[in-house]
Design a protein around this ligand. Structure first.
Ligand code: ATP
Ligand code: MG
Length: 292
């Protein structure tokens, strides 16, 4: 059974007004437990609107959302329970920090779940460690931290609830390359250690290509494709036709193939590119590539 399922999910903002806008249109989607899903799409393609359905933050205009097989809008379901099961980290989550210590901020979610002090303490420390927040920082005010640290504290607050599904809306937005790399690595580690389902909205095809087990491509409120990275990047032209770009390295291999070089087309990370080129050279020597 899939952990997230949507059936003909449609969401229209300001319905019945001149500002009516269908942001998610008739989406059928099934996400299996344990995936690390990268969600990409042009600005305004409906990524944020889609994911806000998964913890019941917004209610479908029509269609259904099932979490773990349960329609979250059926009468006997408590949305509170869904919010513990599906943790959502908004864009710029550091703006929502309000507790006076880092410890309390990370503890807020677990406390709300009614866990005992010992378990809360264990989770706060474990999660802080995971996102690289040292024990000394726990006593500090969140407002004494750097931007990147604040972001990591806010993310830790949701991770500490150990939701079955963790969803992050552009967690690296506005950070420098090093800050982005740090957070992506920590999200990957969280996924590896918890084996839970993680969804990551991103603008970067490169990042998604490196980390995701599946990629969800949104276009104008619809799902263009939902598949493994090689399967998605094999559709490079279609991806380009909706104004998205496959990773640079994938483009280079596409170019080589167009020039008649018999090399794999499913290359989407630099590491894999190196391996592929070495294999090619071993099999064919340098001649073919030099003539391209
Ligand atoms: N509160 C709102 N009221 C009206 N329209 C909205 C609202 N929020 C989003 N929209 C519209 O719905 C569509 C989808 O927006 P959404 O924010 O889900 O896209 P997105 O893919 O997350 O974009 P981005 O990459 O810029 O974050 C857009 O056309 C947007 O203008
Ligand atoms: Mg968005």
């Amino acid at each position: 059974m899939s952990i997230i399922k949507t059936e003909k999910l449609t969401y229209t903002y300001s319905q019945g007004t001149p500002f009516e806008k269908t942001a998610v249109n008739n989406v059928d989607l099934e996400i299996e437990e344990g995936e690390l899903v990268g969600v990409i799409g042009h600005t305004g393609s409906g990524k944020s609107t889609l994911i806000q359905h998964f913890n019941g933050l917004i209610k479908p205009t029509s269609g259904r959302v099932l979490i773990d097989g349960t329609d979250i809008w059926s009468k006997d379901v408590k949305l509170r329970d869904i919010r513990f099961k599906v943790g959502l980290v908004f864009q710029y989550p550091e703006y929502q920090i309000f507790e006076d210590t880092v410890y309390k901020d990370i503890a807020f979610g677990p406390k709300n779940m009614g866990l005992d002090e010992k378990e809360i303490d264990r989770r706060v420390r474990e999660t802080a460690e995971l996102v690289g927040i040292s024990p000394e920082l726990l006593k500090k005010s969140p407002f004494e931290l750097s931007g990147g640290q604040k972001r990591r504290v806010a993310i830790a607050g949701v991770m500490a609830m150990r939701p079955k599904v963790l969803i992050l809306d552009e967690p690296t937005a506005g950070l420098d390359p090093r800050g982005r790399e740090t957070i992506l690595g920590q999200i990957k580690r969280y996924h590896d250690e918890t084996r839970s389902t993680v969804m990551l909205v991103s603008h970067s095809m490169e990042d998604v290509a490196r980390f995701a087990s599946r990629i969800l491509v949104m276009n104008k409120g619809e799902v263009l494709c939902y598949d493994t990275p090689p399967a998605v990047f094999a559709r490079a032209e279609e991806i380009a036709s909706v104004g998205l770009s496959v990773p640079q390295i994938t483009k280079i291999f596409g170019f080589l193939r167009k020039r008649g070089i018999d090399i794999r087309g499913d290359v989407y990370t630099v590491e894999f590119a190196l391996k592929t080129i070495n294999e090619y050279l071993e099999a064919h020597g340098r001649g073919g590539l030099e003539n391209a």
